[in-house]
Design a protein around this ligand. Structure first.
Ligand SMILES: O=C(O)c1ccccc1NCC(=O)[C@H](O)[C@H](O)COP(=O)(O)O
Length: 331
């Protein structure tokens, strides 16, 4: 129990924070509650598993690792250095505009194609991983936007790919928003299962100040309703993957868009993106009929040797810009 007034104050603040987090249905703890998952025991060289401090699921483990990584990255490149570097970076591209424009051109949801070698649930998906080759293929095949990690984004932008870029890192600290911009991001992913409302609001404001877009990701009805109550949200991603057990159910998109929610989304002019588990034209039709304007697709595309052909088979037709031009000429 706390003893000094300062300890009591810290204890009280932590309790209030925990109350807010549990009210908002946030299942992911930002850091181990009382220290690292294992601790040394006595003078001997062995460790005891500290059960309470073991991550409860893979997302929690990722968040705890990210917390350590970000602390180290901030030491190497403090916020002041990022501020100084900002003016030399190319201005952000219009991420939401690109998705809407592709949808208007093709009649199909705008595609955010994910550049990734591996995923937490499947491990390595594309052993012959060359981010620039894949990004060029996606652009040629008709993707509106691309997504990837800090390092992949930088390589893709420097190679001259024009599509707007989504930073698909696990964001837990506002510092990462500046870092993403420096690496060429035009949009960032904010996960409602990880970030309480206060953080979502603060981070969406910084994202806007940096002239980027925020894709706020939800997995369930509680998160969706929380995010719909927040002001200033322009884009919501509905993830069809259950974060606890990795099971994918693409009807999650449809379920979360039913009832009054679709009215609120229309009224607030929020662009909705369906995420995870999409691999066929039928899947695309299902989420499009549910009301989404864009899709985020990773595994089913990245595992193909020809990413452009992968996009055509995902949509059941050639949605490349070249095909679109020909259609316009011959109509
Ligand atoms: O993909 C995973 O295994 C995963 C596990 C835990 C947290 C997040 C995870 N993925 C992030 C994503 O959102 C997907 O990469 C994205 O929606 C694309 O999904 P897919 O088309 O199924 O690769």
């Amino acid at each position: 129990m706390p003893e000094t007034p300062a300890e009591w104050k810290g204890w009280e603040e932590k309790r209030i924070q925990e109350e807010i987090i549990s009210k908002q249905g946030i299942s992911i703890r930002r850091r181990p509650p009382t220290g690292p998952p294992t601790h040394a025991c006595g003078p001997f060289d062995f460790k005891l598993q500290n059960e309470g401090n073991t991550p409860r699921n893979i997302l929690e483990e990722i968040v705890w690792n990210t917390e350590r990584e970000v602390t180290e990255m901030k030491e190497k490149t403090p916020l002041g250095a990022l501020h100084k570097a900002l003016p030399a970076v190319d201005p952000p591209r219009d991420f939401i505009g690109a998705l809407k424009a592709r949808k208007a051109e093709t009649g199909l949801p705008g595609l955010i194609a994910e550049v990734k070698k591996a995923s937490p649930s499947k491990g390595v998906i594309q052993p012959d991983f060359d981010p620039v080759r894949i990004a060029r293929g996606y652009e040629r095949g008709g993707a509106a936007c691309l997504s990837g990690s800090f390092e992949n984004l930088k390589a893709i932008r420097e190679a001259g790919v024009q599509c707007p870029l989504l930073c698909k890192e696990f964001i837990i600290d506002a510092w990462q928003l500046y870092y993403a911009r420096i690496k060429g991001a035009d949009a960032v992913l904010l996960i409602a299962a990880v970030l309480p409302d206060q953080d979502l609001l603060y981070m969406t404001k910084i994202t806007k100040a940096l002239k980027m877009a925020a894709l706020v990701e939800v997995h369930n009805a509680v998160e969706m309703d929380r995010v719909l109550r927040l002001p200033g949200i322009q884009m919501i991603g509905i993830n069809n993957r259950n974060l606890e057990n990795f099971e994918v159910d693409i009807t999650n998109t449809e379920s979360l868009l039913q009832g009054v929610r679709s009215g609120i989304i229309r009224e607030k002019e929020i662009l909705v993106v369906a995420e995870s588990g999409l691999s066929t034209p039928d899947d695309i039709a299902l989420v499009q009929n549910a009301g989404v304007s864009a899709v985020l697709v990773g595994e089913s595309l990245v595992k193909q040797d020809d990413p452009a052909a992968g996009i055509a088979s995902l949509f059941g037709k050639d949605v490349s810009r070249a095909a679109q031009k020909n259609e316009t000429i011959f109509v």
